[in-house]
Write a protein of this length. Structure first.
Length: 310
């Protein structure tokens, strides 16, 4: 039986990894520290074993004793807004925590496959304009990428360099908006899930930027991880919903209102630094490498899922 270690196992991506790989017959160990309750004020989840990825001693113990065949690193501080409140904590979690995991992998399971859930925010304003993002945009002159984007960029580069320098099998997936019914949406993170939550509960919604974002369901993202782990190829992939799953915030509100048969009040807020107007992903590189992979959720199915309807 193959073994998988999942960080951030209580989050949207991490919990789906646990479920998906368990159903595939893997032995899965998930670690989390419930920090999203501090980030966004959401209710803490039940957890069998609380582990912080910044705890180097504990991470080394787990890696040495469990000896995973693959690691999916989904733990993060994921919010632009929260990062500016505590930049040192943001960097400590996103950059230093990733480096601790990489080094533990190198020491104890150097042949394991290391999948890092990065972000398209590493590109900063290079993705501006009506264009699709691809892996050739470059990172040197990204412009505004927010403090969160900086910490994730540092982690992303370390993941790449452990492949280049030590010959490990590492990969950076750079997704945009990931969603699904288990997403604990908050105003500072996870806009589609938060839109659905506001409509469901009759809360006023603030539009800071009526931006276009493509949506990818968490199942489709984790399925992409599955394909990669079973046949690693390149070391950087963009991953998103593409043009057929792209909507602006106003349209997302309208679709959720229609699905839930409710309406809400909407107000305008000030646009936040580093918040792009247009964000759609070109995933042709991944599709060319893994032609058997395909989307399961179209936009209609995504809306139904985040609204928790059948």
């Amino acid at each position: 039986m193959k073994k998988l270690l999942v960080t951030g196992s209580l989050g949207l991506v991490g919990s789906e990894c646990v479920r998906f790989f368990t159903e595939k017959g893997w032995e899965v160990k998930g670690i989390d520290n419930n920090m999203r309750s501090r980030f966004f004020g959401v209710k803490e989840s039940d957890i069998d074993e609380e582990v912080d990825i910044r705890d180097e001693v504990r991470i080394n113990e787990i890696m040495e004793s469990f000896k995973p065949d693959a690691i999916i690193h989904a733990a993060a501080q994921p919010s632009h807004d929260w990062a500016k409140k505590e930049p040192l904590t943001d960097f400590d979690v996103n950059a230093r925590g990733t480096l601790i995991l990489l080094e533990a992998t190198r020491k104890f399971v150097p042949k394991a496959t290391f999948v890092f859930v990065s972000t398209d925010k590493v590109y900063g304003e290079n993705m501006q304009g009506e264009r699709y993002s691809d892996e050739y945009l470059g990172l040197d002159f990204a412009g505004k990428r927010s403090l969160f984007g900086c910490s994730k960029t540092a982690a992303d580069i370390y993941v790449q360099e452990y492949r280049n320098y030590f010959g490990m099998t590492t990969v950076c997936f750079r997704p945009g908006c990931i969603t699904g019914r288990n997403h604990k949406g908050a105003e500072e993170h996870g806009f589609l899930a938060y839109v659905a939550k506001c409509v469901r509960e009759g809360k006023e919604y603030t539009i800071f930027n009526n931006a276009v974002r493509d949506q990818i369901h968490v199942y489709d993202l984790v399925n992409a991880f599955w394909y990669y782990i079973n046949g690693p190829k390149r070391f950087v992939y963009n991953m998103g919903g593409g043009p057929t799953r792209a909507i602006n915030v106003s349209k997302a509100i309208a679709l959720c209102e229609k699905e839930l048969h409710k309406t809400i009040k909407v107000k305008r807020g000030e646009k936040r630094p580093g918040d792009r107007d247009y964000d759609i992903h070109d995933i042709s590189k991944f599709r060319n490498d893994y032609p058997e992979w395909d989307y399961t959720y179209d936009l209609s199915a995504i809306i139904k899922d985040v609204c928790n309807t059948k």
